[in-house]
Ligand binder design. Structure first.
Ligand SMILES: [Zn+2]
Length: 102
């Protein structure tokens, strides 16, 4: 299996996603039940500086969809976001020193 250098996986942290949502004034409460807590689907709870990879498999033959999939911890509603939009925004809005990892 070969590496695919032109499809680098940009790591998205929970703090990056939070910055993105705040900057774009995105409503982050669940639109079905109003709960503010989400978790990464199939992963542990979304809080703190956790890495939010989404799934972007480096092997193109896998046909994975590069999305961030969050699940409402209360009612199970799923919230899917395109990784590309978030990582594009991160390029022009990098985290400031000291904002990360808190
Ligand atoms: Zn909900």
């Amino acid at each position: 299996m070969e590496n695919v250098p032109d499809r680098d996986i940009v790591p998205i942290k929970a703090t990056d996603l939070a910055r993105f949502h705040i900057a774009l004034d995105v409503e982050t409460r669940c639109w079905r039940c109003g709960d503010p807590k989400w978790k990464l689907a199939g992963d542990t709870e979304l809080s703190g500086p956790m890495l939010v990879m989404g799934r972007q498999d480096p092997d193109p033959s896998e046909y994975t969809i590069p999305v961030i999939l969050l699940t409402c911890v209360r009612c199970g509603t799923m919230w899917m976001s395109a990784r590309e939009i978030v990582t594009n925004w991160m390029e022009t809005n990098p985290a400031k020193e000291g904002m990360d990892g808190q």
